[in-house]
Each structure stands twice: as structure tokens, then as C-alpha cells.
Design a protein around this ligand. Sequence first.
Ligand code: ADP
Ligand code: MG
Length: 697
Amino acid sequence: MSNYFDTSIEFVKGIGPQRAKLLGEELSVFTYNDLLQYYPFRYEDRTRFYKIGELNESLPSVQFVATLVNMQVVGVGRRARLVATAKDDSGRIELVWFKGVSWMAKKLQPGVNYLIFGKPTKYGSKLNIAHPEMDVLTKGNSTGGKLLPVYSTTEKLKAKYIDSKAISKFIAGLIQPALPHVKESIPPEVVHRLKLMPKAEAIYHIHFPQNAQTLEKARFRLKFEELFYVQMQLLSLKSGRSKKYKGKVYDNSGLLTRFYNEHLPFELTEAQKRVIKEIYKDMKSGIQMNRLLQGDVGSGKTIVAFICMLIAIGGGSQAAMMAPTEILAEQHYEGLKPFAKAMGLQIAKLTGSTKTSERKKLHIALETGVLNIIVGTHALLEEKVKFNELGLAIVDEQHRFGVAQRSKLWSKNEDLFPHVLVMTATPIPRTLAMTLYGDLDVSVIDELPAGRKPIKTIHYYDSHRLKVNGFIKKQIEEGRQVYIVYPLIEESEKMDMKGLTDGYESTRRAFPEYHVSIVHGRMKSEDKAFEMERFVKGETHIMVATTVIEVGVNVPNASVMVIENAERFGLAQLHQLRGRVGRGSDQSYCILMTDVKLSADARTRISTMVKTNNGFEIADTDLKLRGPGDLMGTQQSGVLDLKLADLAKDAAILKLARDTASQLLSEDAELAKPEHHPLKLHLQKLRQSRVNWSSIS
Ligand code: ADP
Ligand code: MG
């Protein structure tokens, strides 16, 4: 079915085959649809005219009308510049050109009135404007009243005279004939209720806004639409799946009861109990579970995971837990092992570094069902890994696996898919969870175990080291232990290694009376284990380490976490590191050491850490600082491929979109009503293209 909007842009007035080819190569703009969705990235305010006397350097680019006086070329050769003065009845301002000097000098004429557009900047004590746009004042441009769209373009395009203005002209040539073809696919009832600008109008006004209000309405409409379609896809996937995929019924609570009665090491928090109930209900339901388990660092996800495993094992099946890295797999394995042992269950670990001979044994044990629990990395996904019956797959994603990899685990069971529980190591902002994991049901552990004192976080500059050392000494005298963490990243590994070993030496010198351990990723695993063990047993007082301890240690007696060069860590990592302390009943501290010079972002990260212990709040700030792409590395999922909407800023629109989609599907799950027919067709089309959530049809 060919669509008007799939037509090649070579047929747009002023484009033609050669420019069309270039626009395709440079901007990936191929069709009418692409061009109309090539939205301006900002707008110049041409709605008002300034007076020269009003100009100051805090203004953005502005326009004003003035007469040109005093034009002259100053300097020679490559240093030549054109200096002119513009004058109106309120004052004078200097205009300067460093490029195209002789061309401009020929073009401009003193005594003539110009419409001038540019950014005032302070030069010495005076204001000037470098490279202003100069248009001779005419009837056509003297009324102003416009927001001028600015499109991004490339050097290659500019060399062929395709600048922002040219792109705007192309769009102007297409928009009138195209608008009548634009169909409204959001149901009329929704458009009406939410007072959305009609689609055709929105497309027009995003390119040619009359004023700030129409622009805002157009942007709102198009952002809403984008997010609405993402949510429609996710939610219909969710409701479709519960009908399509049956799940094995697990209703034998024998093992669970035994664990509760005989081996529960502590009273579960209310949040843990609630979440376990939600999961058990899913696993009993006969429908495959697809649930996201969120909980802050230290909220006790491990024991919840284990209890859910017991539900599957109690029903005669096996459980698997997959982590994105070997270190995390190791941590989960170490965390689960004591519970499994207490219950007499067989547990093993499988990662990329598992020896072949060991692997073979594991494969057999899994296939025969001797092994109850396996913990590992994506090595678990290999073809050779077969289960007797996989009942529960827990995936610790840390934002790294996509939907595709998740579902690979399903295929481990041919007749019935295993129940799937997705966990994340650190909280994800609600907006991201709604989009990235919008197809899953969500459980949140929103409570820390009782008796924990909130960790106190303090920021010190390196120059206060003596004070910090004094504090550490006092803590150790009171019987506590201390972590000192150094950054180590691959790009600067050699220097970082030196920072770590120097840090180790100076720590030993500063605390001659105490024992100091050192652990880093380059050590042999036996040596690492040996040093860890000494610290766990309390034989050493200070552990100097790299981020290997971000995960993998649990020493309740350690109450101080010193993070060196804290400005070099990301927020999620800082929060994860801080989560290593505060696990006992003593007051814990996190000390962030930094250089005096800090970037604005680094300052925000540090002050956020000092201000709050709440992982969800931290995740929100992180999203604002870094943007969703960086945060996730999940561009391939397509879900985040948004043209206009910004998950950090448009949380309210996203919520509206999700609620609207959810209500619509609850009233008409099959979209069978005639008024939902266009929506249904549009969704079908999106499902084929998969990426463009706002495509026009
Ligand atoms: P995370 O959610 O970060 O994975 P863990 O599962 O590692 O957290 O739990 C953190 C610490 O809290 C562990 O030492 C664990 O034994 C302990 N813990 C978990 N749940 C409780 C509870 N309900 N009461 C007391 N301590 C708990
Ligand atoms: Mg954990």
C-alpha cells in the first residue's frame, strides 16, 4: 500500500534528484514524511523589534531596525575586518565581520535602513554584534511578528547552499499540498477531551508558528502523539501477551513455609512481603509473569529473589538468575548461596570464565534437573545450556539487556515459557521505566530494612585530607571499618592504577597502627578473595579498592565510605558505592573527596549525593544531566528514539499519554470500534516500521 507521505522528496519544489540524494545522505531525509518530521531544533524570536538602547549582552539573538553609518575595513590580509555602526533614535551599536569582508563591504550601503538580527556581546566596555544578518528593510519584513524556525544542517549541505533557510523553503513548498493528506489517527474523542491541536495544524505550526502559544500547542500535540503511540504499543503488547502465553501454575508453598519457619534470617519488611505476594500471585495465575522488580540499593532484593526461586523449585522446576557482568553474577551467587545451602538446594555459577570441564558437568546437572539454581552471565543463553524445566528466570538488567535478549531465556522452555522477573541494580526514573519497561508489570520495594540510619554524606576538598584522616581514625577506634575507593576506568587505566597504589601507600603511612587491604580488578581472583576475606573477618581495618567493590561485598561493620576523585564518578555509580555502607545499625558516612575545580555537572552530582539518599530522586537528576540515551545504552530498543519528546522534561505529557492509552485499551482492547479504526491501522503500520513513533499517514 503506497502512501502519499512515502513519496521521495525529489518531487518537492526546489529539491530535485541531486539535492534529494544529498539530503538523504546527510540528514536521512528521504520521503515527504521525513521532511515534514524534520523539526526545527529552535526558533528565533522575530516577534518583536528592539531598540538599540535596550540591547544588553544577556539577550539572545534579537532584531532591530537601524540605519547604517560609518562603514570601514580595518586591518589588512587575513586580519582584515569590516566594522560598521548602526544607529537608531535610541543609540548606536558596532557591527563586525571577520569573514567575507570584501563581499559584505560591497553589499552593504551606508545611509540605508536595515533589518538587523544578531546576538549582542560585550567587547571591552562596549556592546557589539559579530556577523549579524542584514536585510534591507522592506514592506514585507518590517512588520515582524514571527518565530523563525532554525533547522540543523551540515557543512556539506551548507556548501551546496542548503542552510536552515533553504530547508524552511523546501518545507514551505511541501506543506500546503501535503496538509490535506494528513489523517488524524488519534481518536476524535481523545483529541477533543485533551484539547489537542489537530494533527495537520500541529505539523504546520511546528514549522511556521504564528506565535509562542500556537507553537506550544503544536509541540504539545506532537510530543503527546509520540509518547501515546509508544504507550499504545507497550500496553497492547502487555495485554496481548497475557492472553497468548500460558505459564505453569506454581501453587505449592511447601518450601516457602519451611524457609520462613526454619531459616529466615530476619523479619521481612512490609514492602518485601508485598512484592513477594505480587510475584506469587503471578506465578499461580497460569499466565506467564513479566514483572519488573525495582528497589533501591540495600532494600533487600536478594532474599526476595531467593524466595521467588523457592516458589518455582517447590513446583518441581529450576530457577536461573542472569546478570550483565561477571562481578554482578558473582555477587548474586555469593548472596544466594547461604540461603540455598540452608535449604539443601543445589546452586552453581556459570560465566564466560567457567572452565570447559566444569561447564560440561553443569550442563548435565541442569539438564537432568539435579541443579536447582543457576546464576550466571549471558553465558546462560548459549544453545548448549538446557534445563530440565526452567520455571523462573530472573534477569538483573542494570539497563543493559534489551527485550530481545530477555525473551531468549524464554526459549529455554519449549512448551511453557518460564516466568520472568526483571531486576535493576539501581532505580530507574519513573518516566524511563514507563517507556523502557512499559510492557512489564511493576513491583517496587520502597522501604529499607528497619533500624538503618540514613547515611550521612559529606563533601570535602582534597585540601582537607588531614581532617578526614582524623575522622577515619576515630571511627576505627570505635571498632568500625572503612572503604577508600579510587576510580579506575579503562581509558586512563595506567594513571588510575598509579593513583590507586599511591593511595594505598599513603593510607598505610597515615595509619601505621592499622591493617590495610587492597583489592582491584587486575588481581588474581584467589588474591582478591583472600584480601576480601581478611576485611570481612575484621582482620584489616581499611580496604583500599577500585569500583570492584561497587558490588560484591557486604560488611555490615564497615561504616565509612571514602570516595576519592568523586567528581569522576557518575551518579548511579556513586549511589551504588554508597550503598556498600549503612548496612549495619551504626551511623554510617560517605565522604566525597574532590578537587577544588569542579564542572557544573560534577557540582550538581556531588550536591545531589549530599542532599539525598533516595535512589529514585538520584536517578531523576541523572536522567536530567545525561539524557536517556547515555543513561541506558539502549538506543537499539527503539523505544527511546523520540523526535520531540524528552523523557527528562516531559514526564507530565508521558503520564497523560500512558493514562490515555491505558483507558482506551481498557474500553476497547481490540480497537474494534469504528472510531478506533484509524488508530488500529496506524499502530499496525508502526509495528512494521518499529522505530518512528510519530510518522505521518
Ligand atoms: P540489594 O537490594 O541492594 O540487592 P541486598 O539484598 O544485598 O540489597 O540486601 C542488603 C542487606 O540487607 C543484606 O545484608 C541483607 O541481608 C539485608 N536485609 C535484606 N532484607 C532485610 C530485612 N528485611 N531486614 C534486615 N536486613 C535485611
Ligand atoms: Mg543486590
